[in-house]
Design a protein around this ligand. Structure first.
Ligand code: URA
Length: 207
């Protein structure tokens, strides 16, 4: 299921990221600002539990998030560009890092780095990648999380292409997608139009 986080703040910030003259500093900051707002939406249904604490005027009933079992899964390298924003909202979570590249001859995704948090089967996984393009990397990441026993998976993206969304809905209909925008289409090189360009290059300043 796709959740488009359609809010004036998100639209404004995305407009900054789309500018060709955006600086590396500004892109990094705004990508993380949008990541915070996506996290807010993607954690809307977390379970709470009640407890009594000592307040300024005596005991008071409050709520806290039950279990706190979340892992954030940035996909290397561009996913790192959303990590700080997400951690601002859920500071205590474990970070599971995934690196995947596509073998240019076989076109098969190759997992070159995987370091998952412990007890992954008990956790909600929040996958981070600025761009959901063809969906190939995302599908492989979801496969490896499921192989490790994770059953509760959501993905956070700055921009998604209809082609990638369709693929994930077909291959992983249980996974929820949170994105700031669904753009028009992919070009012949797999870039999203109008998109943001190469999000990794923009975040790391490697254009
Ligand atoms: N990755 C990017 O960085 N940009 C795209 O448009 C698609 C994939």
């Amino acid at each position: 299921m796709v959740h488009v986080v359609d809010h004036p703040l998100v639209r404004h910030k995305l407009g900054i990221l789309r500018r060709d003259d955006v600086s590396t500093k500004n892109f990094r900051e705004v990508a993380n600002e949008i990541a915070r707002l996506l996290t807010y939406e993607a954690t809307k249904d977390l379970e709470l539990e009640s407890l009594s604490v000592q307040g300024w005027a005596g005991p008071v009933d409050v709520e806290e998030i039950k279990g706190k079992k979340i892992t954030v899964v940035p996909i290397l390298r561009a996913g790192i560009g959303m990590l700080d924003g997400v951690l601002d909202m859920v500071p205590g979570v474990k970070v599971s890092v995934v690196g995947i590249f596509r073998n240019e001859e076989t076109l098969e995704p190759v997992r070159y780095y995987v370091k998952l948090a412990g007890n992954i089967e008990e956790r909600l996984a929040l996958i981070l990648d600025p761009m959901l393009a063809t969906g190939g990397t995302l599908s492989t990441t979801i496969d490896l999380l499921k192989e490790a026993g994770c059953t509760n998976i959501r993905g956070l993206f700055l921009v998604a292409a209809p082609e990638g969304i369709e693929r994930i809905e077909r291959e992983h209909p249980d996974v929820h997608i949170y994105t700031a925008a669904v753009d028009e289409r992919l070009n012949e090189n797999g870039y999203i139009l109008p998109g943001l360009g190469d999000a990794g290059d923009k975040i790391f300043g490697t254009k």
